[in-house]
Write a protein that binds this ligand. Structure first.
Ligand SMILES: N[C@@H](CCC(=O)N[C@@H](CS)C(=O)NCC(=O)O)C(=O)O
Length: 211
């Protein structure tokens, strides 16, 4: 299987991490987003959105990182990362959708303003956006803190939801997002980041960030 990837992307990070967790080998193809590789006819024929990640499995092409991860998880159902039991699966999906629609975009906007904008030479942070998104992030992280009470993993057992949520935190240090008042979130992310799959998936990000 081939993964069209960008190392700065939280959406690609969660796919690399799940593949590594499952022991699925991916051929990684780095897409130069700033250079416009994602706008080539060849790339747009795979994903008309012009976005990474994209997974190609023989003649099957799939985009949207959470859908890719559910597909990967279905290759190894015995690992239970996207469980078959209806209630467990609904709980995993609940957090996947919540991450995609609520937490993820707020964290991404804050990271963009506070960190990525300067890194890519795109100007100063917009303080109005920073203030609004910090408010959203605080509200969403309070929900995650409650969700993780007395649990090692967000849906009980380790699942694709943990990887989806965790990738949202990839620039937290650079974006000044503190977990000091969120002990459940802090312990959970530490647990996830201690996994070998995560460390290996994150290695190219560390290089990118000069860590
Ligand atoms: N909802 C998509 C988001 C994909 C996405 O936004 N990818 C970004 C990188 S993080 C991208 O490829 N951006 C290039 C562009 O929009 O030109 C997913 O989860 O896969």
């Amino acid at each position: 299987m081939r993964l069209y990837n960008a190392n700065f992307s939280p959406n690609a990070l969660r796919v690399r991490a799940v593949a590594l967790e499952l022991g699925i080998d991916l051929e990684i193809i780095e897409v130069d987003i700033r250079g416009g590789d994602n706008r080539s006819d060849e790339f747009l024929s795979m994903n008309p959105n012009g976005k990474v990640p994209v997974l190609v499995d023989d003649d099957f092409v799939i985009w949207e990182s959470r859908a890719i991860n559910s597909y990967l998880a279905s290759k190894k159902p015995e690992r239970g990362l996207h469980p078959d039991d209806p209630k467990s699966r609904a709980t995993v999906d609940q957090w996947l959708y919540w991450q995609a629609i609520h937490l993820g975009p707020a964290m991404q906007k804050l990271s963009f303003e506070r960190f990525l904008k300067a890194k890519f030479g795109m100007g100063d942070p917009d303080q109005g956006v920073v203030e609004a998104e910090q408010k959203n992030v605080d509200q969403f992280l309070a929900v995650l803190e409650i969700g993780l009470a007395d649990k090692d993993w967000i849906a009980g057992d380790l699942s694709v939801a943990d990887f989806a949520l965790a990738s949202t935190f990839m620039y937290r240090a650079q974006s000044d997002i503190s977990l000091d008042d969120l002990p459940n979130v802090a312990a959970w992310i530490e647990r996830l980041e201690a996994r070998q799959s995560w460390k290996d998936a994150f290695a190219p990000v560390r290089k990118l960030l000069g860590l």
